[in-house]
Design a binder for this molecule. Structure first.
Ligand SMILES: [Zn+2]
Length: 237
């Protein structure tokens, strides 16, 4: 039984180390996702602003075309003025010309506003592009570090799996079956130490009789609360 307890202790250490590494791997992968998200948000912002800039430029070109059309019409109408015979027709055409001139003056104001907006947008895009490129470099460096760390931890994990297999081969098959069942059922560690009558897996007080049995070191029990296989470790002094 003592040998079984020793193996159990060893297995528990492997279990603890395995879950510690799993936590590291999870946080490392979350960190990588976080970096990707940050970079993609930066990229999307840049794209959104660039398409806004395209819109502004398009708007400016359309204003410009309207102004040109109006100038053409003003000149044509001014030419037509010479051939108008009636005073009424003359006044009408003059009003049309004035309207077109007013429209152009309005359009020119819009164009100035549009140019100002364009300039602002260009400045903002330039600085956002710098930020994006910086972030991209930084992300690449950080992700490289993460990848290395992840590879290191995965190697350790593989080693632990091998160790688990080696030690579990020496374990009483029935007990091992139970351990694997608890692991599968709960998705967490299946072995816990009992110290001062408390199961360290769930922090519950185990029944006194069970504690006595455990201390005699001739029996392995399951914690009645968390189902983990529990053992009592003889104080080392
Ligand atoms: Zn327990």
């Amino acid at each position: 039984m003592n040998e079984q307890i020793d193996i159990l202790i060893k297995l528990q250490k492997i279990e603890t180390e395995t879950s510690r590494i799993s936590v590291i791997l999870k946080s490392v992968s979350e960190k990588a996702d976080e970096l990707d998200t940050k970079l993609s948000v930066s990229e999307q912002t840049l794209e959104a602003e660039s398409s806004l800039l395209d819109e502004l430029r398009k708007k400016y070109r359309s204003y410009e075309a309207d102004v040109k059309d109006n100038i053409f019409n003003i000149e044509k109408n001014q030419e037509n003025l010479r051939s108008i015979k009636t005073n009424e027709g003359y006044q009408l055409l003059l009003r049309t010309i004035d309207d077109l001139k007013a429209k152009n003056s309005q359009l020119e104001d819009e164009m100035i506003a549009c140019l100002n907006q364009t300039e602002e947008a260009e400045k903002s895009i330039a600085s956002k592009k710098d930020e994006y490129l910086q972030l991209k470099d930084q992300t690449a460096v950080e992700k490289h570090t993460i990848k290395q760390k992840s590879a290191r931890e995965k190697k350790k994990l593989a080693k632990l799996h091998t160790e688990w297999r080696t030690f579990s081969e020496r374990m009483d098959p029935r007990l091992l079956k139970k351990i694997n069942m608890v692991k599968e059922m709960t998705g967490r560690s299946a072995i816990a130490r009992v110290k001062d009558a408390i199961c360290e897996g769930c922090n519950m007080n185990i029944p006194p009789q069970m504690y006595n049995d455990l201390q005699r070191l001739d029996k392995l029990e399951s914690c009645p609360y968390c189902q983990r296989i529990i053992y009592w470790e003889k104080p080392s002094n």
